[in-house]
Design a protein around this ligand. Structure first.
Ligand code: AMP
Length: 183
């Protein structure tokens, strides 16, 4: 699942995971879980997350490859928030090809910037996420534009990209997503 912060990737990935019966692997959730449990990985990740910056690729890639190697992924999995940089995408392709696997589909959940700002500011009030403060939101949107949005072209060139308009009610987006995936 690709898309800017606030587009609804996490919500949609959670729903798809329930319908398709495959695990939802969210790097943001894994990092937040580690922060909550006070692990070494968590304290390292927190220094980046609090600033809206990306956790370094070497840490993130290893973490994802360990996760997708677990038994529950044998029928597939949904990656949410990963890959987020071109080196992450290239490493993912390389690591998966070593085990005879690959990414089938990249779904871009897109949404205009004014709507993203509105949603992220609302989420800051509702969920109290540390990285939903106005300065950090701005930084995260910029990081997306610079580091993550090139992945749209990366997957488009591989013929794997599908686009969804995320500025709609949640159920309509889920319906289109399930249609795309064929579940
Ligand atoms: P998210 O919940 O996906 O918005 O992620 C929250 C934060 O976790 C991001 O702002 C980053 O600091 C970190 N993070 C999540 N996924 C990645 C990733 N693929 N690469 C680097 N940092 C990540």
């Amino acid at each position: 699942m690709l898309g800017p912060p606030g587009a609804g990737k996490g919500t949609q990935a959670t729903r798809l995971s329930e319908v398709a019966h495959v695990p939802h692997v969210s790097t943001g959730d894994i990092f937040r879980d580690n922060v909550g449990r006070g692990t070494e990985l968590g304290s390292l990740a927190k220094t980046y997350m609090d600033q809206g910056a990306l956790v370094p690729d070497d840490i993130t890639i290893g973490m994802v490859m360990d996760r997708v190697a677990q038994n529950d992924t044998s029928s597939g999995y949904i990656l949410d928030g990963f890959p987020r940089t071109k080196p992450q995408a290239i490493s993912l392709d390389q690591e998966l090809s070593k085990i005879g696997s690959m990414i089938d589909l990249a779904v871009l959940v897109d949404c205009p910037q004014d709507e993203l700002l509105r949603r992220l500011s609302g989420r800051a009030l509702e969920e109290g996420r540390a990285d939903d403060s106005p300065e950090v939101i701005k930084e995260r949107l910029q990081v997306y534009e610079i580091q993550t949005s090139p992945l749209v072209e990366y997957y488009d060139q591989q013929g794997k990209l599908k686009r969804l308009n995320g500025k709609r009610d949640v159920d309509s987006v889920t319906k289109d997503l399930c249609d795309l995936v064929g579940v």
